[in-house]
Design a protein around this ligand. Structure first.
Ligand code: GUN
Length: 336
């Protein structure tokens, strides 16, 4: 029997329905909408697409948003100046620095310059430290979104063997910590792990975030396991697409018409072995923006002294968190 599909779009809609009224309430009470400032340096088309989707989500929920697009030739000092201005701007609740930054920029210095109270990406060392020690703080959006999927689909986490594939600061490490705080037994595997299949075969929960199309083979997966596929790899090679999609003729046909297809880190045939699985696209992808919105509203509430805001992707991940706190109804957009 094919796996249950863990639908990220459905969870996004659920969370948006929860946080929209919270934003409205904040707006009514404080006469100012929660606001997100996005900083996009340079001309990378994929980054532009991502950031535009984030701004569109702000509009959808009625948050204010500002898009800053410094040129690709910007220096670390130029960006530090901008970040400091955004830190001081009382209208700005959340600051998003779209990554990757151009090579000449010291990314760590920039991320560390963001006010931790406005760090809606959860990348600041203070927020990472809070995550390590299980204290409330802003949590990186993709791992927080994966936790929401697991919790809202009632996948048992406590006592489960969870295997995280990938050890990035953005996904793998925070994901492992969130699962650990939810009382899973967690293993992090990475490019130097010996005998990767043997680890995956023992996992009740697999989170694949290593950025290799279809790398996790169906026969590595324990029958009935929950599989969270963070990968979004654009495959353009005909032989690779034919190999990955041989049991999905409709998708293969679409690939041939379009010339590319999005494939996760898990082989599509895993749907016939797993008990539950996130699709690509439509699984984890929509959750990253959802949690960014949730974090922005949470940051707005916390900055305004609202004690009901519990930082999102809460480390008490064994309880379904009620993401965000309120939402609003329209938005301002700005500075290009
Ligand atoms: N680039 C790729 N993923 C992300 C993310 O989650 N946040 C930011 N700021 N940049 C990214």
């Amino acid at each position: 029997m094919p796996a249950r599909i863990l639908d990220g779009c459905k969870i996004r809609d659920e969370i948006f329905a929860e946080i929209r009224p919270q934003a409205v309430e904040l707006h009514l009470r404080e006469h100012i909408r929660p606001g997100l400032a996005a900083v996009l340096v340079g001309d990378d088309p994929a980054s532009h697409l991502y950031v535009n989707s984030k701004i569109a989500a702000c509009h959808h929920l009625g948050l204010s948003s500002w898009l800053h697009t410094p040129p690709a030739t910007s220096t670390t000092d130029d960006l530090l100046k901008l970040v400091n201005e955004l830190n001081r701007d009382y209208r700005v609740d959340g600051i998003l620095i779209q990554l990757p930054l151009p090579k000449q920029i010291d990314t760590k210095r920039i991320l560390e310059a963001v006010d931790p109270a406005k760090d809606v990406d959860g990348f600041h060392p203070i927020n990472l430290g809070k995550l390590v020690s299980g204290r409330p703080g802003l949590v990186a959006c993709t791992p927080a979104g994966c936790m929401e999927i697991l919790q809202r689909y009632h996948i048992p986490i406590e006592g489960a063997n969870a295997v995280v594939l990938g050890r990035s600061d953005i996904v793998g490490k925070p994901m492992a910590l969130l699962l650990l705080h939810a009382n899973a037994t967690v293993t992090i595997c990475h490019s130097k792990t010996h005998d990767l299949p043997s680890f995956v075969k023992r996992a009740d929960i697999v989170v694949a975030a290593m950025g290799k199309a279809g790398h996790v083979a169906p026969d590595w997966i324990k029958p009935g396991a929950a599989v969270i596929d963070v990968g979004t790899n654009r495959v353009t090679d005909d032989a690779a697409a034919a190999r990955l999609l041989k049991n999905f003729p409709e998708r293969l046909e679409k690939f041939r018409a379009k010339g590319s297809v999005l494939i996760g880190d898990v082989h599509p045939d895993a749907v016939n072995v797993a008990g539950a699985i996130t699709p690509v696209p439509g699984g984890v992808g929509p959750m990253t923006i959802t949690m960014l919105m949730s974090n922005t509203i949470k940051a707005a509430k916390l900055r305004r002294g609202d004690s009901s805001a519990s930082p999102s992707g809460e480390h008490s991940a064994n309880q379904p968190s009620t993401p965000g706190a309120s939402s609003a109804t329209s938005s301002a957009s700005g500075a290009r």
